[in-house]
Design a protein around this ligand. Structure first.
Ligand SMILES: Cc1cc2nc3c(=O)[nH]c(=O)nc-3n(C[C@H](O)[C@H](O)[C@H](O)COP(=O)(O)OP(=O)(O)OC[C@H]3O[C@@H](n4cnc5c(N)ncnc54)[C@H](O)[C@@H]3O)c2cc1C
Length: 465
């Protein structure tokens, strides 16, 4: 279906915008070396943190009454807050981290670490309460009163712990699945408040910090740096870019029964460094929507002054987008993602691209960046004919790249992976891109590996984080 205002590129040569400007090579694949380096830094940091109680005198108290609980309480507290610091940095979207781990990789690390700070900090509170009560020959409940009266900042630290426990509970899989994602996300942001509330008691009471100015100052600096990274990368830079490019919706175009394209107009979009296949977090500034940002891939590279995303109605937010009023201002964060020609050897090797359903958005814009005559084999799988959105554009683009297009229509439940693979007879000689739902991407990956494709030739974008 053609747009009244936007005519996406279906023929331009690789890596050039409409005005012929060479775009930057954003969206490189995260490096394996970087991954191990990040792991090593995490390990060294944990080692230093675990070493603190060994040198700050806490160890000598082991033999005293309640000493074991006090020692373990200190260790769990330090390790828990250190991991919380790492999680904050992982969520900061700092460009170097994104390059090393990838945006999806950083989120996966953040998610894998998530339970640990809460478990360790809860253990810290329990162990220290028991340890100090034992040392004072007192009952635990009675001693709680003494604790709050004697130690400064303990009330705020306890509120912080309460917030963390609530976040931990609502993040347990079945509970999380029953809460709309955006509400869960809002509550989980309270973690920042909890970390701020807990901070004073760490530096004023922590035996590893009291009387150890170097450790105390390093801890304060580490948290200030983490705070700056978050403020800079999550708030200031996206706000600056959004103000600079001034995006607003100019057209909502129906592509299929549940799919719309949203065309936005902006300023200086030729300066927006985005590669085909990348996504951004989009925030539509209307009543009821402004507080939610959702990831959508550009379905065509920007042609100044326009940029386009194509959205399938899945839940509340995506369904609502078909009604977003023309003129709505749009904020964005990104671009993100390494599903790009810059992460693959597309100049030396041919490509095969598999798109499942609305995964065609990433495939469509990625093809724009492929070298001309790169002869991509494109496999497009949907559950009904009407879901074959952006088909004419795809055909046109693929024709210009001297490639071929194969469409498959059938139930989502039984995707015939082997049939999809059969259309590419030289699979092992190609760089392979897969985009679509998590299930589609993972199952196809497994089939491709079984068919002898090397892991390093696979590039994927799963539409779930
Ligand atoms: C990297 C990436 C690129 C994507 N590109 C496109 C695209 O080009 N076109 C398109 O139609 N869809 C795309 N999606 C999917 C799209 O983000 C979700 O369909 C949309 O956010 C659903 O929100 P909802 O409120 O309508 O539905 P919900 O009912 O809230 O969620 C439906 C599903 O989407 C997931 N989801 C919801 N919100 C988010 C979020 N903020 N971040 C990550 N996952 C979320 C949920 O886990 C759930 O599985 C992409 C997703 C990712 C991760």
């Amino acid at each position: 279906m053609s747009s009244a205002v936007f005519s996406p590129s279906t023929s331009v040569g690789s890596r050039r915008s409409q005005r012929g400007r060479v775009t930057s090579s954003v969206g490189k694949k995260p490096s394996t070396f970087g991954f191990y380096l990040a792991l090593a830094i995490l390990g060294v940091g944990s080692g230093i943190v675990l070493g603190l109680p060994l040198v700050d005198g806490t160890l000598t108290e082991l033999k005293g009454k309640g000493g074991v609980a006090i020692f373990l309480g200190s260790v769990t507290g330090l390790l828990g807050t250190y991991l919380a610091l790492v999680m904050v940095i992982l969520a900061s979207r700092t460009p170097i981290l994104e390059r090393v781990l990838g945006q999806v990789g950083a989120i996966k690390w953040h998610r894998s670490l998530a339970p640990w700070p809460i478990v360790l900090i809860s253990a810290h509170a329990v162990l220290l309460t028991f340890g100090y009560a034992e040392a004072a020959n007192s009952g635990v409940v009675k001693y709680l009163g003494v604790l709050f009266n004697t130690f400064p900042h303990l009330v705020t630290a306890t509120i912080a712990l309460g917030i963390m426990v609530v976040i931990g509970l609502i993040s347990i899989k079945p509970i999380r699945a029953s809460i709309p994602r955006e509400y869960w996300w809002l509550v989980h942001l309270l973690m920042y408040a909890a970390l701020i509330l807990a901070f004073a008691h760490e530096v004023v009471l922590g035996p590893s910090f009291v009387g150890h100015p170097l450790a105390q100052e390093s801890w304060i600096v580490a948290w200030i740096v983490a705070g700056i990274l978050v403020a800079f990368n999550r708030v200031l830079i996206p706000s600056y870019r959004s103000f600079k490019h001034k995006l607003k919706v100019v057209e909502v175009q129906r592509e299929g029964p549940e799919v719309v394209s949203i065309i936005m107009e902006g300023q200086r979009l030729d300066k927006l460094k985005i590669s085909g296949g990348q996504f951004m977090e989009w925030r539509f500034l209307t009543k009821g929507r402004w507080w939610q940002a959702h990831p959508f891939t550009v379905s065509a590279k920007p042609r100044d002054p326009y940029i386009r995303i194509t959205v399938k109605a899945i839940g509340d937010f995506s369904s609502d987008l078909s009604k977003v009023p023309v003129g709505t201002k749009v904020f964005f964060e990104g671009p993100y993602g390494s599903f790009t020609t810059y992460s693959a050897k597309v100049s030396d090797r041919k490509t095969a691209i598999f798109a499942g359903g609305v995964g065609v958005t990433a495939a469509r814009s990625l093809i724009e960046d492929l070298p001309s005559k790169s002869a991509p084999v494109v496999v497009y799988r949907v559950s009904s004919e009407e879901d074959l959105v952006l088909l004419d554009e795809l055909k046109e683009l693929i024709k210009h790249k001297k490639g071929s297009l194969h469409t498959f229509v059938g139930s989502r439940e039984e995707v015939p992976m082997n049939d999809l693979l059969k259309v590419v007879d030289d699979l092992r000689d190609r760089e392979i891109f897969i985009s679509g739902s998590e299930g589609f991407v993972e199952e196809l990956q497994r089939s491709l590996l079984r068919a002898g494709v090397s892991y390093s030739a696979l590039h994927e974008e799963a539409y779930s984080l």
